[in-house]
Write a protein that binds this ligand. Sequence first.
Ligand code: 9MR
Length: 421
Amino acid sequence: MHSKSVLAALLAPAAVSAQLHDLAVRAGLKYFGTALREGAINSDSQYAAILGDNREFGQLVPENGQKWESTQRTRGQFTFTQGDITTNTARQNGQGVRCHTLTWHSQLPSWVRDGSWTKATLTEVMETHINNVMGHYIGQCYAWDVVNEAINDDGNWRDSVFLSTFGTEYIPLSFQLAKAADPNTKLYYNDYNLEYNGAKTDRAVELVQLVKAAGAPIDGVGFQGHLIVGSTPGRSNLATTLRRFTALGVEVAYTELDIRHSSLPASASAQVTQGNDFANVVGSCLDVTGCVGVTVWSFTDKYSWIPETFDGQGDALIYDANFNKKAAWTSISSVLAAKATGVPTSTRTSTMITVTTTRPPTSTSTTATRTSSAATSSTSSAGGAEQTRWGQCGGMYWTGPTRCQSPWTCRKQNDWYSQCL
Ligand code: 9MR
């Protein structure tokens, strides 16, 4: 005969962690993740311990380490030291990685931003960058933010060296180049203020359609989620906005979530409002089939871009500056737990891959090995000159080879440039 305590133990559910990534997976998402601040991970052991707990954060994003100015500050010189901090940390802790970002007007070295380019020469620069950076991280990224912030808040296309050189053709071109460099990662468009479902959101819908119409691949749209306490849209409005994109056949995710107080210190009631806002955002992802996960843009108020950019604002995250969990953490945990209770194991989405590939520890300064070729890398065969992989094979005024070596095919990127892919 069982004693009462033995019976209670037998009937109790298996012990589960109540941490955010574990709950998110139980609730049907692929991950709950955080950005990693490269400057903090080796100097702050408390930060490293929480960030490295894969029950809390199942996915990491480098806050700055994979951006163009970090990876190719000087033309042809690739440096992966900063970006590798995130992939190495994820590998050590059994976490996945979102990779960020390739074609972006900001944190772009002046040699690109202020250069004088034609479509052909800038295509070559983009191709070299994308090939080298995606090539270095191949097999390690659940997703890449291929194009970042191409739209202004008023819904117009954002001015940049890319737009002024190509018009909007640079957008599908970036996705084509990314697909060729790593065919197995998810390719995302990523932007902020899409959450308000206004002119900017309309244009992002158009962007997805434009990429698809050009025959280029796009797998997802990242809602950055840089929001303001008390002005965050409600759960069902957010879900409606997310569904505008899943209806186009792409997945969605919140990729850089933080919800800032517009004045500090935050009152107790403002902190409760912040918690509700976080719960609405996370809840909207739970409500939409095709919303795969949520990433906070750093987890502690100790390390956040907000006070550096918005004077007097901040405390936008889920742990305070002393690493105490805030009301926001509890609200997210509650909304995930509520959903987790109702999701049978068999219907859960598969979780994301974690970083397991082994790479050389770090490469400090690698000269580009796979430079894109314009007219130079063709070879001859019985049927005439054939272009090698990545090489140009067509486009306005192109007089070089128009056939590609097997197994590559000549694909039009834009009127000026076709490429062997
Ligand atoms: O958090 C990043 C901060 O450390 C950088 O100084 C800043 C430079 O633009 O970029 C911040 O991250 C941005 C992200 O890469 C793209 N979306 C907006 C983020 C906040 O500015």
